[in-house]
Design a protein around this ligand. Structure first.
Ligand SMILES: C[S@@+](CC[C@H](N)C(=O)[O-])C[C@H]1O[C@@H](n2cnc3c(N)ncnc32)[C@H](O)[C@@H]1O
Length: 243
């Protein structure tokens, strides 16, 4: 593993360093709709995955379980996971040990990982990681992603989004109301999640992605929209733009 964590990245990942078990609980209880997104994305990715062993680039990979469930039943050729949190990468390594593919795990910022990726991926996945980036870096992510993809590849963006007309305060309010409805979501958990969401989450609307996507050579399809949680499929439409 390669370590390149800058101090400014620290704020966004402190939560995942200290609260990995809490995040795992949110996923296990499907509080962020992972299972809904997986069941809708799998048929859309199946064509690409059956064609040949795909090269998979997973940005903000966490424990890699999202990618592994999306690719379940298919052979991955090479898996590259990028994450700033060492603990997450260590869990990813455990989960990937049984896979018969080339594995590379990089401990670095996802934009840096994209920049350094010297291949072209068949599938780029960014699941609940890009909303931590600034608006400028979100657009950079789209430009770089377009350049690091094979012509018939795709970018899967599962993330937090603002609902139309919603501001950041409304987003924080609505996601906290949503989580609070789950049994076992304690006051202490709520405080930790609230601190993380209020300091590190910078979602934009799906419409904003459509606009940025169009400008950077992507066709954007909304695969499943759960309000503040959604899955988008972006496919290249034109020549990649220059960096
Ligand atoms: C909400 S978790 C998502 C994990 C997994 N992709 C999933 O869908 O369950 C966000 C992950 O992104 C990582 N992360 C956040 N900001 C990042 C950045 N700028 N570069 C790389 N990883 C980042 C965190 O460490 C964390 O593992």
């Amino acid at each position: 593993m390669n370590s390149a964590i800058s101090p400014e990245d620290d704020q966004a990942i402190r939560f995942f360093r200290t609260c990995q078990a809490l995040y795992a609980l949110l996923v296990r209880q499907n509080m962020m709709f992972h299972q809904d997104f997986i069941s809708r994305l799998r048929p859309l990715l199946a064509g690409r995955l059956t064609h040949h062993p795909c090269d998979f680039l997973d940005l903000g990979c966490g424990d890699a379980s999202m990618a592994l469930q999306l690719a379940k039943g298919h052979k991955i050729g090479a898996y590259t996971g990028v994450d700033l949190c060492e603990g997450m990468l260590s869990s990813a390594q455990d989960n990937l040990n049984v896979e018969e593919c080339t594995v590379s795990l990089q401990c670095m910022d996802l934009l840096q990982g994209l920049q350094r990726y010297d291949d072209r991926a068949d599938i780029i996945l960014a699941s609940f990681s890009v909303h931590h980036l600034s608006e400028q870096d979100k657009q950079r992510f789209l430009i770089l992603g377009r350049q690091r993809l094979v012509d018939n590849g795709c970018l899967v963006l599962v993330d937090h989004f603002l609902k139309p007309g919603q501001d950041l305060q409304g987003f924080i309010h609505d996601v906290m109301v949503h989580y609070s409805g789950f049994e076992g979501f304690t006051r202490e958990m709520a405080d930790l999640v609230h601190e993380h969401v209020s300091t590190s989450d910078f979602p934009v609307t799906i419409e904003q992605y459509r606009i940025w996507g169009k400008a950077t050579g992507w066709k954007t399809t909304v695969v499943h929209d759960c309000g503040n949680w959604a899955a988008l499929l972006l496919e290249p439409v034109e020549e990649a733009l220059a960096e």
